[in-house]
Design a protein around this ligand. Sequence first.
Ligand code: EPZ
Length: 420
Amino acid sequence: MARVIITGGRRLRGQVRVAGRKNSVVALIPATLLAEGPSHIENLPAIADVAVFAEILRHMGIGVRQDRESMSIDPSGLGPGVAPPQELVQRLRASYYLLGVLLAKYGRAEVALPGGCDIGLRPIDQHLKGFRALGAEAAIEHGVVKVWAPHGLTGAQIYLDVVSVGATINIMLAATLAEGTTTIENVAKEPHIVDIADYLNSCGAKIQGAGTDVIRIRGVKSLTGCVHAVIPDEIEAATFMIAAAATGGDVLIENVIPKHLDPITAKLVEAGAEVTQNGDSVRVTMARQRPRAVNVKTLPYPGFPTDAQQPMTVLLSTAEGTSYVTESIWEGRFKHVDELKRMGTSIRVEGRTAIVEGVPRLMGAPVRATDLRAGAALVIAGLMAEGQTEISGVEHVDRGYERLADKFRGLGAKIVRVKD
Ligand code: EPZ
């Protein structure tokens, strides 16, 4: 177990570079198994989920070579009937992409139900709906998802009942090698959907429409490996933007795609920050003593991202006035509120909405990270608070942020990481 100890009240200043996007790379890694030959992924973030996925592939007999910012994956060692190790699969959500990949390549897959942040029920019914539409059978037995297609996969018309990032990607992966054309409607439009489609098309797939409401996939016989650079992580960028505003700082965040940050930028400007976009960086300054209260509702892209909701709630906890934060994606994504209360916030949760009455300042306290983005939110709270904050459970944060304490220290924060 590890903790971070923060002495708050310092304005963040300087520049910080954003890493590759977690939610893209955890789909790209399994996607490389669709190819006949090796792929090389660049701009890899140094996060725990990547390390776990590399471990899963090695257990499956796949050649993985990793250096600081890239990974080469050679799927030639893979064969039918290889199941990923349950213990590792349950440590991250994205392991379920192995279902779409192994079903497409070998006509069957058995993968334990995935893990991931405890932020709600996290069903996979839409994934299975898509696989069935393509001609597969699906069942969940003793905590293992089993999918099989005795007659292979055939292109289909699929309408998602819920806008789901995971289902969109998983069905796209399965359809890439199917016989004929698949149309998926009501899909997620997150930038990482486009990133995966770009990678697959570079390997010879025929995917159109990623980033819009309808994705069309013309199945191909096989894919070759290729080289692909992961797009930047807009949630890591959002975390630093919010932290800059929350500490009254002045921070230049580099290696971003400003368009992907539009909802964050809009809300921070509404709250009184100044955000200037310049090529592949954004600069955030906050001259106000306290932010203005703003209302936030999380929505699928291009709405305000649910993964930035918890950090944004922390910023609003010291706003002048009352903010309403509505979490429309995950029913269990307010666990950070109980921890924030120890730091003097005045927040009450009613159903899907947190009512955030701004207080003049936060006070440092011992708190516990319950999930990845809650942990990032508590780090921001510690940076804002008067006095010392000690955060336990930071291994949650390590899943999605590379060297977060070091990066904040580079911006002038007084933050150290200690091993228990
Ligand atoms: C991905 O989760 C991300 N994780 C999440 O980020 C992110 O919060 C989420 O997308 C939304 O953007 C990864 O990419 C690894 P969904 P995913 O399927 O794919 C419902 C983080 O902090 N749903 O888009 O699991 C579901 O209950 C993590 O980086 C079904 O009903 O999310 C939710 O209400 C946390 N049936 C909504 O759809 C299904 O079959 C969106 O879920 C699938 C989803």
